[in-house]
Ligand binder design. Structure first.
Ligand code: UDP
Ligand code: MG
Length: 324
């Protein structure tokens, strides 16, 4: 069976890169088709995540010029993870497998062949894993690695050095659609799906144009999302911290009593004030952690839609695909 491959690309203000990305991806698809790795029905699907620049008009133009390009427009900016999900859920009935990748060609497109080979060997999920992080700034590298370590410590199963460059089969996508959570962290959800999976290693290049849409603030928010969506360990940690502090305060009390009885009544204003500050701070921290989880429950309970599609542009008169 020659699979129909869809490449889903979320785009937020990517007008500088999309023309080149389309050229590279179309070229790669043509070569893969020649090698019998993907069928002629394979497509590139750009998901415009509420861009404020000319990304959507550009996607429209690309879609008109190339029959293999489709465009999906979200009603507003919903963030990378939701845009990706919107794309994957829209195409899941039409493709045999879908690869998600960023618009900026940082992920090596040559490994697409390797992805498909693994898929044909029977893998339902293939993770793209970065060989090294040499092209990142030292800051991004260390924060990202710290993030994986923390996730691991907290017991969430995430693939080390894997971003959202991955292939999923149709049935894996079907399974993904069963996960209804609003607080979306795909890297944590996909490993939960199961099925046979494998890894493909690649080198990540630098973004060739435009700038990163993940500034530090978004990166921290994303890491917090991952941690609080996949681990309740922080809640356990604060309980333990509470117990520890209670035990310590018993000793403190004993010490105070003994000093009082032995007549060394402490002038100890500093100690009192500093412990008030310390405990106040800790309490606020603990409240904050608990509050974060409650906030998540709140948004899950409301179950608002994760994305709203404004427009879906695709080639006219789609060929009836042979379902095999
Ligand atoms: N992106 C998106 N919505 C957003 C932010 C980013 O769809 O709100 C897309 C962006 O267009 C790109 C991908 O997510 O295709 C990854 O973003 P970027 O390359 O800026 O992140 P970095 O590689 O710097 O982590
Ligand atoms: Mg990038």
């Amino acid at each position: 069976m020659i699979p129909t491959l869809f490449i889903v690309v979320p785009c937020y203000n990517e007008q500088e890169v999309l023309t080149e990305t389309t050229r590279v991806l179309l070229d790669k698809l043509a070569r893969m088709e020649k090698d019998g790795l993907c069928s002629e029905n394979s497509r590139i699907v750009y998901v415009d995540d509420g861009s404020r620049d000319d990304t959507w008009p550009l996607i429209t133009r690309l879609q008109e010029d190339h029959p293999a390009v489709r465009g999906l427009k979200l009603s507003r900016n919903r963030g990378h993870q939701n845009a990706l999900l919107a794309g994957l859920m829209t195409v899941k009935e039409e493709c045999d497998c879908a690869v998600s990748m960023d618009a900026d060609l940082q992920d090596d497109v040559e490994v697409l062949s390797e992805f498909v080979r693994k898929f044909r060997e029977g893998c339902d999920v293939v993770y793209g894993v970065r060989n090294s992080r040499e092209t990142d700034t030292a800051f991004k590298r260390s924060t990202a690695q710290g993030f994986y370590k923390v996730m691991h410590l907290l017991g969430a199963e995430v693939v080390y050095n894997h971003a959202d460059y991955r292939l999923m089969s149709r049935r894996a996508l079907q399974a993904l659609s069963e996960y209804k959570e609003v607080n979306l962290f795909l890297r944590g959800i996909v490993p939960l799906i199961g099925f046979r999976s494998d890894y493909v290693y690649y080198d990540r290049h630098e973004r060739f144009a435009g700038e990163s849409k993940y500034p530090l603030k978004k990166m921290i928010a994303f890491a917090m999302e991952g941690i609080t969506s996949f681990s309740v360990k922080p809640l356990k940690l604060i309980s333990r911290l509470g117990i520890l502090i209670s035990i310590l305060s018993i000793f403190g009390l004993l010490y105070a009593l003994i000093s009082y009885c032995t007549g060394h009544a402490v002038a100890g204003w500093t100690a009192i004030v500093s412990s008030i500050w310390l405990l106040g701070g800790l309490q606020m921290l603990c409240l904050g952690v608990a509050g974060t989880y409650i906030g998540k429950i709140y948004s899950e309970v409301k179950a608002r839609p994760r994305f709203i599609i404004e427009e879906y542009r695709r080639e006219e008169e789609p060929k009836e695909e042979e379902k095999s």
